[in-house]
Design a binder for this molecule. Structure first.
Ligand code: MV4
Length: 455
Protein backbone atom coordinates (compact mmCIF):
# COMPACT_ATOMS: atom_id res chain seq x y z
CA UNK A 1 0.00 0.00 0.00
CA UNK A 2 1.33 3.46 -0.89
CA UNK A 3 2.09 5.43 2.29
CA UNK A 4 3.93 8.48 0.94
CA UNK A 5 3.58 10.27 -2.41
CA UNK A 6 5.75 12.92 -4.05
CA UNK A 7 3.78 15.27 -6.33
CA UNK A 8 6.02 16.24 -9.26
CA UNK A 9 3.95 19.28 -10.14
CA UNK A 10 2.72 22.66 -8.90
CA UNK A 11 -0.41 24.82 -8.70
CA UNK A 12 -3.97 23.57 -8.46
CA UNK A 13 -3.24 19.97 -9.55
CA UNK A 14 -0.53 19.57 -6.90
CA UNK A 15 -3.03 20.82 -4.30
CA UNK A 16 -5.67 18.48 -5.72
CA UNK A 17 -3.40 15.45 -5.19
CA UNK A 18 -2.24 16.60 -1.72
CA UNK A 19 -5.86 16.97 -0.58
CA UNK A 20 -6.70 13.42 -1.70
CA UNK A 21 -3.55 12.08 -0.01
CA UNK A 22 -4.62 13.71 3.27
CA UNK A 23 -8.09 12.15 3.02
CA UNK A 24 -6.47 8.74 2.41
CA UNK A 25 -4.04 9.11 5.31
CA UNK A 26 -1.11 9.19 2.88
CA UNK A 27 1.87 11.49 3.53
CA UNK A 28 2.57 14.04 0.80
CA UNK A 29 5.84 15.55 -0.41
CA UNK A 30 5.74 18.74 -2.47
CA UNK A 31 8.55 19.82 -4.77
CA UNK A 32 8.89 23.49 -5.66
CA UNK A 33 11.05 25.91 -7.58
CA UNK A 34 12.55 28.99 -5.88
CA UNK A 35 9.71 31.03 -7.47
CA UNK A 36 7.09 28.84 -5.76
CA UNK A 37 8.37 28.96 -2.18
CA UNK A 38 5.15 30.73 -1.08
CA UNK A 39 2.77 28.41 -2.96
CA UNK A 40 -0.19 26.65 -1.33
CA UNK A 41 0.99 23.20 -2.40
CA UNK A 42 4.19 23.81 -0.39
CA UNK A 43 2.15 25.05 2.57
CA UNK A 44 -0.30 22.12 2.69
CA UNK A 45 2.07 19.21 1.93
CA UNK A 46 3.56 17.29 4.85
CA UNK A 47 7.08 17.91 3.49
CA UNK A 48 8.50 20.13 0.76
CA UNK A 49 11.79 20.06 -1.16
CA UNK A 50 13.15 22.89 -3.32
CA UNK A 51 14.25 21.34 -6.63
CA UNK A 52 15.74 24.32 -8.43
CA UNK A 53 15.50 27.83 -9.89
CA UNK A 54 12.26 29.21 -11.44
CA UNK A 55 12.62 27.99 -15.03
CA UNK A 56 10.84 24.66 -15.56
CA UNK A 57 13.82 23.01 -17.28
CA UNK A 58 15.86 23.34 -14.09
CA UNK A 59 13.02 22.54 -11.67
CA UNK A 60 9.74 20.80 -12.57
CA UNK A 61 11.36 19.09 -15.57
CA UNK A 62 14.59 18.32 -13.71
CA UNK A 63 14.39 14.51 -13.33
CA UNK A 64 17.62 14.05 -11.30
CA UNK A 65 16.53 16.66 -8.73
CA UNK A 66 13.02 15.22 -8.49
CA UNK A 67 14.36 11.67 -8.05
CA UNK A 68 16.78 12.96 -5.39
CA UNK A 69 13.86 14.58 -3.55
CA UNK A 70 12.01 11.24 -3.78
CA UNK A 71 15.07 9.43 -2.42
CA UNK A 72 15.77 11.69 0.55
CA UNK A 73 12.09 11.81 1.60
CA UNK A 74 11.60 8.06 1.14
CA UNK A 75 8.39 8.16 -0.93
CA UNK A 76 6.71 5.01 -2.32
CA UNK A 77 5.17 6.72 -5.37
CA UNK A 78 5.23 9.82 -7.55
CA UNK A 79 2.14 11.54 -8.99
CA UNK A 80 3.13 13.54 -12.12
CA UNK A 81 -0.11 15.55 -12.46
CA UNK A 82 -0.58 16.94 -15.98
CA UNK A 83 1.91 18.75 -18.19
CA UNK A 84 5.62 18.75 -17.13
CA UNK A 85 6.71 15.08 -16.86
CA UNK A 86 3.23 13.51 -16.88
CA UNK A 87 3.73 11.86 -20.30
CA UNK A 88 7.53 11.60 -20.22
CA UNK A 89 8.45 7.98 -21.02
CA UNK A 90 11.92 8.23 -19.44
CA UNK A 91 10.51 9.65 -16.22
CA UNK A 92 7.98 6.81 -15.92
CA UNK A 93 10.74 4.23 -16.46
CA UNK A 94 13.20 5.96 -14.12
CA UNK A 95 10.59 6.06 -11.33
CA UNK A 96 9.90 2.35 -11.61
CA UNK A 97 13.64 1.54 -12.02
CA UNK A 98 14.26 3.42 -8.75
CA UNK A 99 11.59 1.38 -6.98
CA UNK A 100 9.20 4.37 -6.85
CA UNK A 101 5.74 3.64 -8.31
CA UNK A 102 4.82 6.00 -11.16
CA UNK A 103 1.12 6.85 -10.69
CA UNK A 104 0.10 6.38 -14.31
CA UNK A 105 0.26 3.79 -17.10
CA UNK A 106 3.39 1.77 -17.97
CA UNK A 107 6.12 3.76 -19.76
CA UNK A 108 5.75 1.60 -22.88
CA UNK A 109 2.06 2.55 -23.14
CA UNK A 110 2.98 6.23 -22.80
CA UNK A 111 5.49 5.78 -25.62
CA UNK A 112 2.98 4.00 -27.89
CA UNK A 113 0.29 6.66 -27.32
CA UNK A 114 2.86 9.41 -27.92
CA UNK A 115 3.25 8.17 -31.49
CA UNK A 116 -0.07 9.39 -32.89
CA UNK A 117 0.29 7.36 -36.07
CA UNK A 118 1.03 4.14 -34.13
CA UNK A 119 -1.94 4.88 -31.84
CA UNK A 120 -4.12 5.26 -34.95
CA UNK A 121 -2.89 1.92 -36.26
CA UNK A 122 -3.60 0.31 -32.87
CA UNK A 123 -7.15 1.69 -33.00
CA UNK A 124 -7.66 0.31 -36.53
CA UNK A 125 -6.47 -3.15 -35.43
CA UNK A 126 -8.74 -2.99 -32.36
CA UNK A 127 -11.74 -2.29 -34.60
CA UNK A 128 -12.15 1.29 -33.34
CA UNK A 129 -13.25 3.72 -36.10
CA UNK A 130 -10.38 5.88 -37.40
CA UNK A 131 -10.48 8.79 -39.83
CA UNK A 132 -9.79 7.69 -43.43
CA UNK A 133 -6.11 8.43 -44.05
CA UNK A 134 -2.67 7.18 -45.02
CA UNK A 135 0.28 5.53 -43.33
CA UNK A 136 3.47 7.55 -43.01
CA UNK A 137 6.04 6.64 -45.61
CA UNK A 138 5.70 7.17 -49.38
CA UNK A 139 8.26 5.97 -51.89
CA UNK A 140 7.49 8.74 -54.41
CA UNK A 141 5.56 11.98 -54.88
CA UNK A 142 3.23 10.14 -57.24
CA UNK A 143 2.40 7.61 -54.54
CA UNK A 144 1.71 10.45 -52.09
CA UNK A 145 -0.48 12.26 -54.64
CA UNK A 146 -2.45 9.08 -55.45
CA UNK A 147 -2.99 8.27 -51.76
CA UNK A 148 -4.35 11.79 -51.17
CA UNK A 149 -6.61 11.58 -54.24
CA UNK A 150 -8.12 8.40 -52.79
CA UNK A 151 -8.74 10.13 -49.40
CA UNK A 152 -10.25 13.22 -51.02
CA UNK A 153 -9.69 16.90 -50.24
CA UNK A 154 -9.64 18.83 -47.95
CA UNK A 155 -7.18 16.77 -45.95
CA UNK A 156 -5.05 17.40 -42.88
CA UNK A 157 -1.37 16.59 -42.35
CA UNK A 158 -0.41 15.73 -38.75
CA UNK A 159 2.92 15.11 -37.02
CA UNK A 160 3.23 11.55 -35.64
CA UNK A 161 5.08 12.91 -32.58
CA UNK A 162 2.72 15.90 -32.31
CA UNK A 163 -0.77 15.91 -30.82
CA UNK A 164 -2.88 18.68 -29.34
CA UNK A 165 -2.97 20.46 -32.68
CA UNK A 166 0.78 21.11 -32.92
CA UNK A 167 2.20 20.83 -36.43
CA UNK A 168 -1.16 20.34 -38.18
CA UNK A 169 -1.75 21.67 -41.70
CA UNK A 170 -5.01 21.61 -43.65
CA UNK A 171 -4.61 21.10 -47.45
CA UNK A 172 -7.56 22.37 -49.51
CA UNK A 173 -6.54 21.01 -52.95
CA UNK A 174 -3.79 18.99 -54.72
CA UNK A 175 -1.70 21.97 -55.89
CA UNK A 176 -0.84 22.79 -52.26
CA UNK A 177 -0.03 19.22 -51.25
CA UNK A 178 3.73 18.93 -51.76
CA UNK A 179 4.58 22.32 -50.23
CA UNK A 180 2.34 21.65 -47.22
CA UNK A 181 3.78 18.15 -46.80
CA UNK A 182 7.37 19.45 -46.79
CA UNK A 183 6.50 22.31 -44.39
CA UNK A 184 4.66 19.95 -42.01
CA UNK A 185 7.59 17.52 -41.98
CA UNK A 186 10.19 20.22 -41.31
CA UNK A 187 8.02 21.82 -38.60
CA UNK A 188 7.60 18.38 -37.01
CA UNK A 189 11.37 17.84 -37.15
CA UNK A 190 12.14 21.15 -35.45
CA UNK A 191 9.28 20.92 -32.92
CA UNK A 192 9.50 17.23 -31.98
CA UNK A 193 12.85 16.01 -33.34
CA UNK A 194 10.92 13.65 -35.59
CA UNK A 195 9.78 14.47 -39.14
CA UNK A 196 7.21 11.68 -39.51
CA UNK A 197 3.76 12.90 -40.58
CA UNK A 198 0.51 11.18 -41.53
CA UNK A 199 -2.50 12.36 -43.51
CA UNK A 200 -6.25 12.18 -42.79
CA UNK A 201 -9.43 13.35 -44.46
CA UNK A 202 -10.21 16.77 -42.88
CA UNK A 203 -13.57 16.48 -41.11
CA UNK A 204 -15.59 19.72 -41.01
CA UNK A 205 -17.64 21.06 -38.07
CA UNK A 206 -16.48 18.37 -35.68
CA UNK A 207 -16.79 18.27 -31.90
CA UNK A 208 -13.99 17.16 -29.60
CA UNK A 209 -15.55 14.47 -27.38
CA UNK A 210 -13.30 12.54 -25.00
CA UNK A 211 -14.02 9.54 -22.74
CA UNK A 212 -12.51 9.12 -19.27
CA UNK A 213 -10.96 5.68 -18.80
CA UNK A 214 -9.85 3.87 -15.62
CA UNK A 215 -7.99 0.58 -15.74
CA UNK A 216 -6.57 -1.40 -12.83
CA UNK A 217 -3.75 -3.96 -12.72
CA UNK A 218 -6.22 -6.87 -12.58
CA UNK A 219 -7.66 -6.49 -16.09
CA UNK A 220 -10.64 -4.27 -15.22
CA UNK A 221 -11.24 -1.36 -17.61
CA UNK A 222 -14.21 1.02 -17.46
CA UNK A 223 -15.23 4.38 -18.86
CA UNK A 224 -16.74 7.16 -16.78
CA UNK A 225 -18.64 8.99 -19.47
CA UNK A 226 -17.58 11.74 -21.81
CA UNK A 227 -16.53 15.40 -21.84
CA UNK A 228 -17.14 17.85 -24.69
CA UNK A 229 -14.00 19.99 -25.08
CA UNK A 230 -14.81 21.76 -28.35
CA UNK A 231 -14.61 25.31 -26.93
CA UNK A 232 -10.93 25.81 -27.66
CA UNK A 233 -8.82 28.74 -28.80
CA UNK A 234 -5.69 27.82 -30.78
CA UNK A 235 -5.94 24.28 -29.37
CA UNK A 236 -6.12 25.56 -25.79
CA UNK A 237 -9.25 24.24 -24.10
CA UNK A 238 -11.17 27.04 -22.33
CA UNK A 239 -14.55 25.51 -21.44
CA UNK A 240 -15.44 21.85 -21.01
CA UNK A 241 -18.76 20.18 -20.19
CA UNK A 242 -20.08 16.75 -19.26
CA UNK A 243 -22.11 15.13 -20.66
CA UNK A 244 -21.75 16.23 -24.32
CA UNK A 245 -24.96 18.17 -25.15
CA UNK A 246 -25.66 16.32 -28.41
CA UNK A 247 -24.74 12.74 -27.51
CA UNK A 248 -27.63 10.25 -27.58
CA UNK A 249 -27.64 7.28 -25.13
CA UNK A 250 -26.97 4.94 -28.06
CA UNK A 251 -24.00 6.97 -29.33
CA UNK A 252 -22.64 7.20 -25.74
CA UNK A 253 -22.79 3.43 -25.43
CA UNK A 254 -21.11 2.89 -28.82
CA UNK A 255 -18.31 5.42 -28.16
CA UNK A 256 -17.86 4.16 -24.60
CA UNK A 257 -17.51 0.60 -25.81
CA UNK A 258 -14.97 1.68 -28.44
CA UNK A 259 -12.99 3.57 -25.78
CA UNK A 260 -12.90 0.57 -23.43
CA UNK A 261 -12.01 -1.75 -26.33
CA UNK A 262 -9.07 0.48 -27.24
CA UNK A 263 -7.85 0.77 -23.63
CA UNK A 264 -7.99 -3.01 -23.20
CA UNK A 265 -6.14 -3.51 -26.50
CA UNK A 266 -3.17 -1.43 -25.26
CA UNK A 267 -3.23 -2.93 -21.74
CA UNK A 268 -4.06 0.45 -20.25
CA UNK A 269 -3.79 0.91 -16.48
CA UNK A 270 -4.60 3.96 -14.32
CA UNK A 271 -6.42 7.07 -15.58
CA UNK A 272 -6.43 7.97 -19.27
CA UNK A 273 -8.58 9.77 -21.83
CA UNK A 274 -9.53 8.70 -25.32
CA UNK A 275 -10.26 11.60 -27.68
CA UNK A 276 -12.76 11.24 -30.51
CA UNK A 277 -13.94 13.59 -33.23
CA UNK A 278 -17.73 13.60 -33.62
CA UNK A 279 -19.24 14.73 -36.94
CA UNK A 280 -22.59 16.55 -37.35
CA UNK A 281 -23.95 13.30 -38.82
CA UNK A 282 -23.17 11.49 -35.57
CA UNK A 283 -20.16 9.55 -36.81
CA UNK A 284 -17.21 9.28 -34.41
CA UNK A 285 -13.53 8.61 -35.03
CA UNK A 286 -10.57 7.87 -32.75
CA UNK A 287 -8.16 10.81 -32.60
CA UNK A 288 -5.62 10.13 -29.82
CA UNK A 289 -5.20 8.90 -26.25
CA UNK A 290 -3.87 11.03 -23.37
CA UNK A 291 -2.02 9.00 -20.73
CA UNK A 292 -2.48 11.37 -17.78
CA UNK A 293 -5.11 12.87 -15.53
CA UNK A 294 -6.44 15.89 -17.43
CA UNK A 295 -7.09 19.48 -16.40
CA UNK A 296 -10.82 18.96 -17.00
CA UNK A 297 -11.18 15.79 -14.90
CA UNK A 298 -13.36 17.53 -12.22
CA UNK A 299 -16.48 17.66 -14.45
CA UNK A 300 -16.36 13.87 -14.71
CA UNK A 301 -15.97 13.65 -10.92
CA UNK A 302 -19.03 15.89 -10.47
CA UNK A 303 -21.39 13.79 -12.63
CA UNK A 304 -20.11 10.38 -11.44
CA UNK A 305 -19.21 11.13 -7.80
CA UNK A 306 -15.87 9.35 -8.36
CA UNK A 307 -12.66 10.90 -6.99
CA UNK A 308 -10.37 10.15 -9.97
CA UNK A 309 -7.15 11.00 -8.10
CA UNK A 310 -8.13 8.61 -5.31
CA UNK A 311 -8.78 5.87 -7.90
CA UNK A 312 -5.36 6.59 -9.47
CA UNK A 313 -3.61 6.08 -6.12
CA UNK A 314 -5.65 2.95 -5.32
CA UNK A 315 -4.82 1.45 -8.74
CA UNK A 316 -1.10 2.31 -8.31
CA UNK A 317 -1.27 0.50 -4.95
CA UNK A 318 -2.26 -2.65 -6.82
CA UNK A 319 -5.86 -2.63 -5.61
CA UNK A 320 -8.79 -3.68 -7.77
CA UNK A 321 -11.08 -0.85 -8.90
CA UNK A 322 -14.15 -0.29 -6.75
CA UNK A 323 -16.29 0.45 -9.82
CA UNK A 324 -16.27 -2.49 -12.22
CA UNK A 325 -19.01 -1.27 -14.58
CA UNK A 326 -18.79 1.68 -16.99
CA UNK A 327 -20.82 4.79 -16.25
CA UNK A 328 -23.30 4.78 -19.11
CA UNK A 329 -25.58 7.01 -17.05
CA UNK A 330 -24.42 9.84 -14.83
CA UNK A 331 -26.16 12.49 -12.71
CA UNK A 332 -26.75 16.03 -13.86
CA UNK A 333 -24.58 18.31 -15.92
CA UNK A 334 -21.17 19.84 -15.12
CA UNK A 335 -19.27 22.67 -16.79
CA UNK A 336 -15.71 23.92 -16.22
CA UNK A 337 -14.21 27.31 -17.09
CA UNK A 338 -10.46 27.77 -17.09
CA UNK A 339 -9.84 31.23 -15.65
CA UNK A 340 -6.50 32.52 -16.92
CA UNK A 341 -4.29 35.49 -16.06
CA UNK A 342 -4.73 36.86 -19.55
CA UNK A 343 -6.21 39.87 -21.27
CA UNK A 344 -9.73 38.71 -22.14
CA UNK A 345 -9.66 40.11 -25.67
CA UNK A 346 -6.08 39.49 -26.79
CA UNK A 347 -5.51 36.46 -24.47
CA UNK A 348 -1.97 37.72 -23.81
CA UNK A 349 -0.67 36.35 -20.46
CA UNK A 350 -0.28 39.07 -17.77
CA UNK A 351 1.49 37.86 -14.59
CA UNK A 352 1.51 40.03 -11.47
CA UNK A 353 0.32 40.49 -7.88
CA UNK A 354 -3.20 39.45 -6.87
CA UNK A 355 -4.09 42.28 -4.48
CA UNK A 356 -7.29 40.56 -3.43
CA UNK A 357 -9.57 37.75 -4.55
CA UNK A 358 -12.95 36.30 -3.64
CA UNK A 359 -14.18 32.88 -4.81
CA UNK A 360 -17.82 31.96 -5.57
CA UNK A 361 -19.53 29.26 -3.52
CA UNK A 362 -22.90 27.72 -2.85
CA UNK A 363 -24.57 24.51 -3.96
CA UNK A 364 -22.88 22.92 -7.00
CA UNK A 365 -19.94 25.36 -7.20
CA UNK A 366 -16.30 24.15 -6.98
CA UNK A 367 -13.16 26.23 -7.38
CA UNK A 368 -9.89 24.31 -7.94
CA UNK A 369 -7.14 26.87 -7.50
CA UNK A 370 -3.88 27.61 -5.71
CA UNK A 371 -4.13 31.41 -5.70
CA UNK A 372 -4.82 33.54 -2.59
CA UNK A 373 -4.88 37.28 -1.70
CA UNK A 374 -1.28 38.47 -2.04
CA UNK A 375 -0.26 35.61 -4.37
CA UNK A 376 2.11 36.67 -7.15
CA UNK A 377 1.31 35.03 -10.51
CA UNK A 378 4.64 33.87 -11.90
CA UNK A 379 5.71 34.48 -15.53
CA UNK A 380 7.55 31.13 -15.71
CA UNK A 381 4.57 28.76 -15.92
CA UNK A 382 1.18 28.53 -17.61
CA UNK A 383 -1.34 31.32 -17.03
CA UNK A 384 -4.17 29.29 -15.49
CA UNK A 385 -5.35 30.87 -12.22
CA UNK A 386 -8.31 28.68 -11.34
CA UNK A 387 -10.83 26.18 -12.64
CA UNK A 388 -14.42 27.15 -11.90
CA UNK A 389 -16.60 24.05 -12.00
CA UNK A 390 -20.38 23.98 -11.57
CA UNK A 391 -22.70 20.98 -11.28
CA UNK A 392 -26.49 21.12 -11.60
CA UNK A 393 -29.47 18.91 -12.49
CA UNK A 394 -29.47 19.90 -16.15
CA UNK A 395 -27.49 22.01 -18.66
CA UNK A 396 -29.68 25.13 -18.45
CA UNK A 397 -29.37 25.20 -14.66
CA UNK A 398 -25.60 24.61 -14.97
CA UNK A 399 -25.28 27.60 -17.33
CA UNK A 400 -27.32 29.80 -14.99
CA UNK A 401 -25.18 28.64 -12.05
CA UNK A 402 -21.95 29.29 -14.00
CA UNK A 403 -23.06 32.84 -14.87
CA UNK A 404 -24.00 33.46 -11.22
CA UNK A 405 -20.64 32.08 -10.01
CA UNK A 406 -18.64 34.07 -12.59
CA UNK A 407 -20.44 37.19 -11.32
CA UNK A 408 -19.18 36.48 -7.79
CA UNK A 409 -15.62 35.62 -8.82
CA UNK A 410 -13.34 38.57 -8.00
CA UNK A 411 -9.61 38.80 -8.74
CA UNK A 412 -8.05 42.25 -8.26
CA UNK A 413 -4.64 43.30 -9.56
CA UNK A 414 -4.32 41.40 -12.84
CA UNK A 415 -6.54 41.00 -15.92
CA UNK A 416 -8.45 37.70 -16.19
CA UNK A 417 -10.63 35.89 -18.73
CA UNK A 418 -13.71 36.02 -16.45
CA UNK A 419 -15.62 38.42 -18.69
CA UNK A 420 -14.69 36.37 -21.77
CA UNK A 421 -16.42 33.40 -20.13
CA UNK A 422 -19.47 35.54 -19.26
CA UNK A 423 -19.77 36.46 -22.94
CA UNK A 424 -19.65 32.80 -23.96
CA UNK A 425 -22.37 31.71 -21.51
CA UNK A 426 -24.63 34.46 -22.89
CA UNK A 427 -24.01 33.44 -26.50
CA UNK A 428 -27.06 31.79 -28.15
CA UNK A 429 -24.96 29.32 -30.14
CA UNK A 430 -23.26 28.13 -26.96
CA UNK A 431 -26.48 27.98 -24.91
CA UNK A 432 -28.15 25.99 -27.73
CA UNK A 433 -25.38 23.38 -27.37
CA UNK A 434 -25.02 23.38 -31.16
CA UNK A 435 -21.37 24.42 -31.45
CA UNK A 436 -18.23 22.77 -32.84
CA UNK A 437 -14.46 23.27 -32.61
CA UNK A 438 -14.76 26.37 -34.78
CA UNK A 439 -16.93 28.22 -32.22
CA UNK A 440 -14.19 30.65 -31.16
CA UNK A 441 -12.66 31.18 -34.59
CA UNK A 442 -12.84 34.95 -35.18
CA UNK A 443 -14.19 35.60 -31.67
CA UNK A 444 -11.33 37.80 -30.55
CA UNK A 445 -11.68 39.73 -33.84
CA UNK A 446 -15.46 39.96 -33.28
CA UNK A 447 -14.89 41.18 -29.72
CA UNK A 448 -12.47 43.85 -30.92
CA UNK A 449 -14.92 45.08 -33.58
CA UNK A 450 -17.84 45.05 -31.09
CA UNK A 451 -15.57 46.93 -28.63
CA UNK A 452 -14.81 49.58 -31.27
CA UNK A 453 -18.52 49.65 -32.23
CA UNK A 454 -19.33 50.90 -28.67
CA UNK A 455 -16.58 53.54 -28.53
C1 MV4 B 1 -8.73 16.80 -36.93
C2 MV4 B 1 -9.82 17.67 -37.16
C3 MV4 B 1 -10.59 17.47 -38.30
N1 MV4 B 1 -10.31 16.44 -39.15
N2 MV4 B 1 -8.48 15.79 -37.79
C4 MV4 B 1 -6.87 19.22 -33.27
C5 MV4 B 1 -5.88 18.85 -32.23
C6 MV4 B 1 -5.65 17.40 -32.38
N3 MV4 B 1 -6.21 16.73 -31.21
C7 MV4 B 1 -6.37 16.95 -33.59
N4 MV4 B 1 -7.28 18.03 -33.92
C8 MV4 B 1 -8.14 17.92 -34.96
N5 MV4 B 1 -7.94 16.94 -35.84
C9 MV4 B 1 -9.26 15.62 -38.87
N6 MV4 B 1 -8.99 14.60 -39.69
C10 MV4 B 1 -10.07 18.70 -36.19
C11 MV4 B 1 -9.23 18.78 -35.09
C12 MV4 B 1 -9.51 19.77 -34.05
C13 MV4 B 1 -9.33 21.09 -34.29
C14 MV4 B 1 -8.86 21.48 -35.51
C15 MV4 B 1 -8.71 22.82 -35.73
C16 MV4 B 1 -9.00 23.75 -34.75
C17 MV4 B 1 -9.42 23.34 -33.53
C18 MV4 B 1 -9.58 22.01 -33.28
C19 MV4 B 1 -10.00 21.58 -32.02
C20 MV4 B 1 -10.19 20.24 -31.79
C21 MV4 B 1 -9.93 19.31 -32.81
Amino acid sequence: MIKKVLIANRGEIALRVIRTCKELGIKSVAVFSQADADSLHVRFADEAVCIGPPDSARSYLNIPNIMTAAEITGVDAIHPGYGFLAENVYFAHICNDCGVKFIGPPGDVIRLMGDKSAARETARKAGVPIIPGTEERFSSNEELMDACESIGYPLIIKASAGGGGKGMRVVESPEFLFKAYQQAASEAQSAFGNDRVYIEKYLQQVRHVEFQILGDEHGNVIHLGERDCSIQRRHQKLIEEAPCPVLTPRLRQEMGRAAVKFARAVGYTNAGTIEFLLTPEGKFYFMEMNTRIQVEHPITEEITGVNLVKEQIRIASGLEMKHKKSFNTCFGHAIECRINAEDSVTFQPVPGLIRNCHFPGGLGVRVDTAIYPGYRVQPFYDSMLAKLIVHAEDRDEAIARMLRALGEFEIEGIPTTIDFHQRVFRDPVFTSGRYDVGFLVGWDHRQITSQTAHT
